[in-house]
Design a protein around this ligand. Structure first.
Ligand code: FE2
Length: 431
């Protein structure tokens, strides 16, 4: 509700593209998610309004019919006031439900579902930031805090020794009892499990995300005009969507400008910031042009979790690039930093890996080459949540400036379609 506070009433209901949802919908949908918990688990709970179940269900076949996604912005009802009232009602019901939990035998299981509902809400908080950017961009009166400065240049690649690597979330390894437990690692999505061994060849990975300056070099070298760098699907997008630059870039009098929450900026004034709003297809084209490639998710995760180069010293992996402590404002640019923007490369040396990789957590989600498929032995924790999306999407790692601090960890797998670019996504290369 703090995120939407600067919005005017008209802003809540507009859908500017099929891929985004109006703010009113996010506000109602996240409460609808908790209402389904109450319907199932609170004896005697009475549904707030039947028509809300239709309007605020997202894609769950198991919860009945729903409005089609591209039509979420075609209705003025329920009103914003009705949606806020619904939200208040569900919050109050949930508080009562939580207060009497200790008397129930299934309290542990219910706590797990509530945590899942909160994690779901954090995902929507982040989507809300993407969607408000698409809706209003610099017209939105975001409470922007000043960005930190880079404290040193970060360049080159880190060599990482291959071998067997345990990919995925393992509670006993990621949050061993002997170490400080981060609340981030007391929960993991089903798609991060089970941890399993994979073989990695030796590889190198960039110390920093690819920058606006690097990407400008690609553009100035004719990157968008040369089919040689592109997958077929990418070249088709270049031609049919007339891609010439990342999303939110505008050409003014022959000069590339970038629009963000803070206003319109010369791209040349942002050369030391990680590139963002690029699709997997564009990231892949850049990597090929640069003589590199995108990392696999296992390579990314190994770079982010193995604190001693070449060895797992005590058999455990780090929760985060910097170790086991929960993210804070000195280590990563996440939502609580309040920048509403990407920070310059080199602004978070306290968050680097032992190998010197920086900004793996926060700033921009990073594309990997890996297909979003279940890990071997996958078991669904919640029907239709993650398990129905295991086709055609790519894995992204690390979180963005719109990700809440408590929501991210190094094993976290986000996923989007290869052509999507309204999310805050960039990349780093591997070799
Ligand atoms: Fe949702």
């Amino acid at each position: 509700m703090e995120i939407v506070a600067p919005l005017e009433i008209e802003d809540y209901v507009i859908q500017t593209a099929e891929f985004m949802s109006p703010p009113r919908w996010h506000i109602g949908h996240t409460s609808w998610f908790f209402e389904t918990v109450l319907q199932k688990l609170q004896p005697g709970y009475r549904t707030y309004r039947e028509d809300f179940l239709f309007f605020f269900n997202s894609y769950y076949e198991g919860f009945g019919p729903r409005i089609e996604r591209p039509k979420r912005g075609t209705r003025s009802r329920p009103t914003v006031a009705e949606t806020r009232k619904y939200r208040g009602h569900i919050d109050e019901q949930m508080m009562r439900f939580i207060e009497q939990l200790s008397s129930r035998d299934d309290a542990g299981e219910i706590q797990r579902i509530i945590r899942l509902g909160l994690e779901h809400e954090m995902q929507h908080q982040e989507l809300l930031v993407y969607d408000i950017k698409h809706l209003l961009c610099d017209q939105f009166d975001a409470p922007i805090k000043p960005a930190p400065k880079s404290v040193g240049s970060v360049s080159g690649m880190v060599e990482i020794e291959g071998g067997l690597f345990e990919l995925g979330y393992n509670h006993t390894v990621q949050s061993p009892k002997s170490k400080v437990q981060s609340p981030n690692n007391k929960f993991a999505w089903d798609n991060e499990k089970p941890a399993h061994k994979v073989w990695l060849e030796d590889f190198s990975i960039d110390r920093a995300p690819v920058s606006v300056g690097d990407y400008l070099d690609f553009m100035n070298a004719g990157g968008y005009k040369d089919f040689r760098w592109w997958h077929s699907a990418g070249w088709e997008k270049v031609n049919t969507e007339h891609w010439q630059a990342p999303l939110y870039w505008e050409e003014h009098d022959g000069e590339w400008m970038i629009r963000d929450f803070g206003g319109l900026h010369r791209a040349t004034d942002k050369v030391n910031e990680p590139i963002s709003h690029v699709s997997f297809l564009e990231a892949s084209a850049y990597a090929k042009w640069a003589g590199k490639r995108l990392p696999t998710e296992a390579e990314w995760e190994k770079a982010a979790t193995v604190s001693v180069p070449g060895a797992i010293a005590d058999g455990s992996l780090d929760d985060f690039p910097w170790g086991h402590s929960t993210p804070d404002k000195s280590k990563a640019n996440l939502f609580e930093n309040g920048l509403w923007a990407i920070a310059p490369i080199g602004a978070f040396p306290a968050g680097q890996t032992a190998n010197g990789c920086q900004q793996m957590i926060g700033d921009v989600w990073e594309w990997t080459t890996s297909d979003y498929v279940p890990y071997p032995g996958f078991q669904s924790d919640f029907d239709e949540y993650n398990d129905k999306w295991f086709v055609g999407q790519k894995v992204l790692r690390g979180g963005s400036f719109a990700t809440p601090q408590i929501h991210i960890r190094s094993t976290y797998r986000n996923f989007f379609y290869p052509h999507e670019r309204w999310m805050i996504a960039g990349f780093r290369c591997a070799k």
